[in-house]
Design a protein around this ligand. Structure first.
Ligand code: GRF
Length: 296
């Protein structure tokens, strides 16, 4: 498949099992005619899912594939994705585990959203467990799906506080608000080619010292570095990636890391720092931010 950015609107499929509020946010962010991509297909293993109804209301093709075992579901789903020329698949409250047969061909183009700060709290009953552990902060994670449960490389995370008196229901509602902005932003990063799983052969690209540094980063830190790498590549400065990882690439490296941070989350202090950079660097950085922030 062609790597992102495609140079044409991407065709997105969403898999959902339930109420579909994330689906709604994705359809809102990627309507027909959007230059970056549109939700073209919604699939559910649950024929009664509100998600299907939401899709139909917006005129998006909605298909129920009632669960008759993993193999049958995956074969039908894979065939449909191919027939509809889908470019990326977004799991949004999809309650089944997908096998390597499904995941492997879609790796790098298959995302999930999970309501915790992965790698903490994978699995179910997340809010209950977060409260029981006395956490003061939680969040949601958009990640690339691999063969495990909630284990794939992180693409984007958002945080919310846990407040005294919070219940699992209150936390869930707080996180849903966050997710409805987080997921579309993550998809924009994917479609713009600014987010991808750690590529093979980083030693060759970055040099040994920078690659070693990257491999030692935590799963939550890696996405920032990958976005900086993507930006430097897009700016025709790929040879600065290794030095930038080591903090030795001057203004271009700083600009790439500041922009990479702001692509995930706004930060007034970093925005101010951008203005102190040379005009050429600043303009590149602001152009990248505008692509992610303004719905096209
Ligand atoms: C969300 O909390 C999401 O993080 C999790 O499932 C829930 C789906 O909610 N994967 P909705 O169906 O999108 O409303």
């Amino acid at each position: 498949m062609t790597p992102f950015p495609l140079g044409r609107p991407a065709r997105l499929a969403v898999l959902a099992s339930g109420r579909g509020t994330n689906l709604e946010a994705l359809m809102e962010a990627f309507p027909p005619g959007n230059s970056l991509g549109e939700v073209a297909l919604v699939l559910s293993d649950n024929p009664g899912a509100l998600a299907l109804e939401r899709a139909r209301r917006r005129g998006v093709e909605a298909v129920a594939l009632p669960w008759a075992g993993r193999r049958a579901f995956e074969e039908e789903a894979l065939a449909l994705l191919a027939a509809r020329r889908v470019d990326a698949v977004l799991l949004a409250g999809f309650m089944r585990l997908l096998s390597p047969r499904f995941v492997a061909p879609w790796y790098g183009r298959l995302l999930n959203i999970h309501p915790s700060l992965l790698p903490d709290y994978p699995g179910l009953r997340v809010h209950q467990r977060v409260l029981e552990a006395g956490e003061k902060e939680t969040g949601s994670t958009v990640h690339f799906v691999d063969q495990g449960m909630d284990t794939g490389p992180i693409l984007l995370q958002g945080r919310v506080p846990v407040l005294p008196g919070d219940t699992p229901e209150v936390l869930e509602a707080r996180l849903l608000h966050l997710e409805h902005r987080l997921y579309p932003r993550a998809v924009r990063l994917l479609l713009l080619g600014l987010a991808f799983p750690p590529p093979e052969g980083l030693e060759g690209l970055l040099g040994e010292e920078a690659a070693r540094l990257f491999h030692r980063l935590s799963p939550r830190e890696k996405p920032l570095y990958l976005r900086a790498l993507a930006l430097l590549r897009a700016w025709g400065k790929e040879e600065l990636s290794g030095p930038a990882f080591l903090g030795r690439a001057g203004e271009w490296g700083r600009g790439a890391f500041i922009a990479a941070h702001l692509l995930a989350e706004d930060h007034p202090a970093l925005r101010a720092e951008l203005w102190a950079l040379p005009r050429e660097v600043r303009e590149r950085a602001l152009a990248a931010l505008a692509l992610v922030e303004s719905p096209s």
